[in-house]
Unconditional design. Structure first.
Length: 159
């Protein structure tokens, strides 16, 4: 039994006939909805989106104070806003995965700083001076074969 073939749908194409119509104006610049910055720390990755708004801050669908309940972690995350006095000018949405809660907080801080830098390039000097644009390169050392951990050798007995 043969399957009937469908004929391709022909679309009408309009061509510009005159050279005067062929010149196009530059497309209008779209208003940016948000700016995104990515921050990493150890094995944590945070995707931070900021948009002009009233100061709403959510992390993985939860409120900031609910996700980072410790005051110390809360202050790490909001440090770029508090130091630059921008707390109520932006809405922040964060998606963070991996690592521990402290590494996640530092990844969010780096992502937030990078997003602020993209939004306003004049903030770059201040953020860099505060150390918020520096990626912490420290990672867990890998385990080596023949060892119990990265450097812990099996116990040695003389007799």
């Amino acid at each position: 039994m043969a399957i009937p073939k469908k004929e391709p749908v022909k679309k009408a194409v309009s061509h510009v006939a005159h050279a005067t119509h062929a010149t196009h104006a530059a497309p209008a610049k779209k208003a940016e909805r948000y700016v995104e910055g990515v921050g990493r720390r150890k094995t944590s990755i945070a995707r931070v989106r900021i948009a002009v708004g009233g100061g709403h801050f959510s992390v993985n669908g939860k409120d900031l104070k609910q996700y980072f309940s410790a005051l110390r972690l809360n202050s790490i995350v909001t440090a770029p806003f508090t130091m630059l006095k921008l707390a109520d000018k932006f809405d922040v949405t964060v998606h963070v995965i991996g690592g521990g809660i402290h590494a996640q907080a530092e990844a969010v801080r780096l992502g937030l700083s990078r997003a602020l830098e993209i939004k306003d390039p004049e903030l770059q000097k201040k953020l860099h001076g505060l150390g918020f644009l520096t990626r912490d390169p420290r990672m867990v050392e890998r385990k080596k074969y023949g060892f119990k951990k990265a450097r812990r050798a099996p116990q040695w007995a003389k007799r």
